[in-house]
Ligand binder design. Sequence first.
Ligand SMILES: CC(C)(COP(=O)(O)OP(=O)(O)OC[C@H]1O[C@@H](n2cnc3c(N)ncnc32)[C@H](O)[C@@H]1OP(=O)(O)O)[C@@H](O)C(=O)NCCC(=O)NCCS
Length: 191
Amino acid sequence: MRTLHSDRLVLEPVDSRNARELWRVLGAPDLRRYQDIPRLRAEEFERQVRSRPRLLQARVTGRFEWLVRAGEPIESVGWVSLRINERAPDIGEIGYSLIEAARGLGYATEALGAVVEEAFEASELGELQACCVPENTPSRAVLHRTGFREVRLLRGGAMIRGRHVDVLLYAVARGEWHRRRQREAVRSQRS
Ligand SMILES: CC(C)(COP(=O)(O)OP(=O)(O)OC[C@H]1O[C@@H](n2cnc3c(N)ncnc32)[C@H](O)[C@@H]1OP(=O)(O)O)[C@@H](O)C(=O)NCCC(=O)NCCS
């Protein structure tokens, strides 16, 4: 996996060297309200990270994750994940979160854009998807700003704190993403 750079962020691939750093971020308050984050011991989390694939490339499956780092001095403020399930190897599922202190600055949109770009460039995925509960308006806004479109409501589509909840499915296809990037490039040439 590659380290990704955007205007204000460094997205560091999660591997055995920084797994504990991500584990600390996962323990931050107010991350579990709208999503299921398993509470694992640090050693177990590190073991899971060690078993993940190292390279994001064509036809690979598994979980990939980037630690989002920002600020001066630079610190870890969140993560973006990409999961490719072997039952649907053409689709990547995206997840993301920021610690409370790093919200409202545009970091999530910036980080997600960088990971979407990398996912389409490094792999042969045809589509990226993301799910969020309808009441998570900040998350829906991030997806909308990044270029995901709302597909449909999945009844009981996720499990949060042991309960089935409805989630909205969002998606962006490879072609849609490239057309968007081209439009952005034309716009920035004109300005
Ligand atoms: C979902 C989540 C990542 C969204 O974070 P966020 O900070 O609202 O999203 P962004 O980082 O893209 O920031 C966008 C906001 O920053 C503002 N902003 C300020 N400076 C900005 C800049 N330089 N560039 C862009 N946006 C900027 C935008 O106007 C926007 O504010 P608004 O929501 O009032 O319109 C965050 O709420 C979170 O981690 N929640 C808990 C976990 C979670 O729900 N994860 C998703 C599960 S589906």
